[in-house]
Design a protein around this ligand. Structure first.
Ligand SMILES: Nc1nc2c(ncn2[C@@H]2O[C@H](COP(=O)(O)OP(=O)(O)OP(=O)(O)O)[C@@H](O)[C@H]2O)c(=O)[nH]1
Ligand SMILES: [Mg+2]
Length: 361
């Protein structure tokens, strides 16, 4: 039997743009009908090169991504772009702006552009982004550029979800080491100082170089890529010797320096494969994603078993310091376990369904 899911999966594999767009919308809306399609496509993912592009608001990420895509197209590569905007979950002006800016790429079958928003949590957005990337991967897009505003945890998450992470800086945003966010050394595979046409670009480059030197003196940057489910893996996935993030300068509005960035992305990819780091990052990435899916499912399942009034009452007591959070967790687990013994909810729903009088036309 040809189900809707298998039909949609086939369309995605053929690169059908409407099917892709429709599925991404379902993913954004957390529509469960997307799950069997994702499941069917999973074995066909894993070929695309996922490139994260992160940096402060306004540093030129979208303009740069646009230019990178054009250059990659000139080199004959199929390019997918996912622009993530965690700051405006209700589809703010920035997304619209991105769509307009990327207009000159429209009409090219070798490119697919999508802005992501989420009505849910940041975690939901990260999950939706991961699924959109998987769809583009299955559809045969060879390079998938993921733009995210660098904002703390989101930045680290995108690095974990990418094979190659570009950290974008722009001059004039404070040119000393203090202004460059801590942790950036650990996630950057390539630094891009964009807006190199503006004064101060050299200072930004120098500050990054100095930071890299300091990092080397402190035993070099090590990655957190391998942590996740097995705690004893911490630090194991250290950046192997032989790759130090290059610091490149671009003027995205004129296309200057773009070819060099594309070349650096390609050398980083080659380096990942030659050093064996690719498998390590892939395993870490997939484990992290799986862990978060498991956590979401467990939490949702648990919360579904606790009557809301009871949960609220327990939370209020914890907030009022009438109950400690450790006992509160115990209490919730006890209630959930007791609920579980009375039978899972779907059965009850089923019973109700059976009791419903049949409607005749
Ligand atoms: N002078 C100069 N301006 C640039 C350059 N690149 C981008 N800009 C301008 O910087 C502004 C912001 O560019 P965007 O590409 O929207 O930056 P962004 O990082 O994607 O911004 P958000 O997504 O809102 O965080 C725009 O007005 C661009 O035209 C550059 O190389 N030089
Ligand atoms: Mg942008």
């Amino acid at each position: 039997m040809v189900t809707e899911a298998s039909r949609l999966a086939e369309l995605v594999l053929e690169g059908d743009r409407r099917a892709l767009a429709r599925l991404i919308t379902r993913i954004e809306n957390e529509n469960p009908s997307a799950l069997p399609v994702m499941a069917a496509l999973y074995s066909r993912t894993g070929r695309g090169h996922i490139v994260g592009v992160t940096g402060a608001p306004g540093c030129g990420k979208s303009t740069l991504v646009n230019e990178l895509a054009k250059q990659l197209r000139r080199e004959g590569r199929m390019v997918g772009i996912v622009a993530v905007d965690p700051t405006s979950p209700f589809s703010g002006g920035a997304l619209l702006g991105d769509r307009i800016r990327m207009r000159d790429l429209a009409g090219d079958e070798g490119i697919f552009i999508r802005s992501m928003a989420s009505r849910g949590s940041l975690g939901g957005l990260a999950r939706a982004t991961g699924d959109a990337v998987k769809l583009l991967d299955a559809a045969g897009f060879e390079v998938i550029l993921v733009e995210t505003v660098g904002a703390g945890q989101a930045e680290v998450d995108i690095a974990k979800a990418s094979h190659t992470t570009l950290v974008i800086q722009a001059p004039g945003m404070g040119d000393d080491i203090q202004a460059i966010k801590a942790g950036i050394l650990e996630i950057a595979d390539i630094f891009v100082v964009n807006k190199a046409d503006l004064p101060g670009a050299e200072n930004t480059v120098r500050a990054l170089q100095m930071m890299q030197r300091l990092g080397r003196d402190n035993n070099g940057p090590y990655r957190h890529h391998g942590r996740l489910m097995r705690a004893n893996r911490v630090g194991q996935a250290a950046e192997p010797p032989g790759w130090e993030a290059p610091i490149l300068q671009t003027v995205s509005i004129s296309g200057e320096g773009i070819a060099e960035v594309v070349a650096a992305i390609q050398s980083h990819r080659a380096h990942l494969h030659q050093s064996g780091e690719f498998q390590i990052r892939e395993a870490a990435r997939i484990e992290a994603e799986f862990e978060s899916m498991l956590r979401d499912t467990l939490l949702n399942d648990l919360l579904a078993r606790i009557p809301t009034i009871e949960l609220d009452a327990i939370l209020s007591q914890v907030v009022a310091r009438e109950m400690d959070p450790y006992s509160a967790v115990d209490r919730i687990m006890t209630i959930a376990a007791a609920e579980g013994e009375t039978g899972p909810r779907p059965h009850r729903a089923h019973a109700l369904e059976a009791e419903k009088p049949e409607v005749r036309r």
